[in-house]
Design a protein around this ligand. Sequence first.
Ligand code: RNT
Ligand code: ZN
Length: 423
Amino acid sequence: MQAKVRKAYALARAEYAALGVDTEKAIRKALAIPISMHGWQADDVAGFEVQAAGVASGGILATGNYPGRARTGAEARADYEQVLKLVPGRLRLNLHAIYAETGGQVVERDELRPRHFVQWMEWGRKHKVCLDFNPTFFAHPKADSGFTLSSTDPAIRKFWVRHAIACRRIAQAMAKSQGAPCVINHWIPDGAKDFPADRWTHRALLTKSLDEAVARETSVNKTLCVDFVESKLFGIGSEEYVVGSAEYYSSYALSRGLGFCLDMGHWHPTETIHDKLSALLPFHQRLLIHVSRPMRWDSDHVVVFNDDLRHLFLEIQRGNAWPRVALATDYFDASINRIAAYTIGLRATRKAILYALLDPSATLRRLEAGGDNAGRLALMDEMKTMPFGAVWAALCGRAGAPADHAWMRDVQRYERRVLSARR
Ligand code: RNT
Ligand code: ZN
């Protein structure tokens, strides 16, 4: 660590200590909390699959055409390696089924096997990065009707059930390869643009499919392959009705002992998720958070160090809920350098974790219990101008990651050397 950083940190440490906050403990813990980095910022959610036919997006749309998109697994892995150098703390890598590497062969999604992901597993072991996984229920001709697991067409529904099972077996293989559980998240785009005449049948079919593919499917070990279901409010083409809504999945997950995934962008425009944790976690075993930044809608902007993020992690901290909440980033911006997009969002997430761990929770609770709500508000606001930057710089130094203002130079170098050649 540089002398300047060390000096600033020593002063900051004393200031936090005066409030009863141990910065050393916070730094250690902040570095150890895993963030599952989403693979899909590198390739604009395009995937590397060889498809037989052209397809629609399934409501997921990366906007922009900044040069340098990763077009192969190898290119994506090179990009992730660059990101790993710039982000302090423990990272995992979150992959989608469309990242299968099939050697140029068309392999249908229900035919995907662990062997199509061996290069990913090798890479994960080499870089000590655990993998997480997602079936891909979109960008496929069999998703064009807008319904997959909840389709009224039995052939389509069954196809996606087989895909989910295939993916869970791949997740289990990943878990075995890395010697640690693999989180698998099931998100489907199913829904309708306009008022449906029948909302009920699709939800009943989704229950049937999830029971067949996940809840009652016994070929996969559920401590290795840890299942979550992700709700959504609306999407492009599913503005009025989303089969897997929050109420639906929260209830389904609870009744089947699965995890529930909350994406920060999947709520009404002014609705945030920090208040939901203390309502859900007394009942749910675990939650997965898709860390994202909605702007006016579920826009998946690059995550920044904002109030939404701080409030969310403060709630986890104040509820001692870190072991029961898994964190995964989920955003994509194709209009700026993608390595920078990763680095900004992942560093912001790590920063917000550290910020929450530096919360003087005990003091705040004491003020509240004593009826001193003005004192509580004052301290909450004053925390924002504490020398947090010095603690963050110390964390970066300890992890061997560049400090703020330094990493962008590495990104620019990588752009000149690698990304600009991708035409
Ligand atoms: C879509 C969901 C989902 C996806 C990824 C690619 O609205 O947020 O998590 O973003 O699976
Ligand atoms: Zn999501």
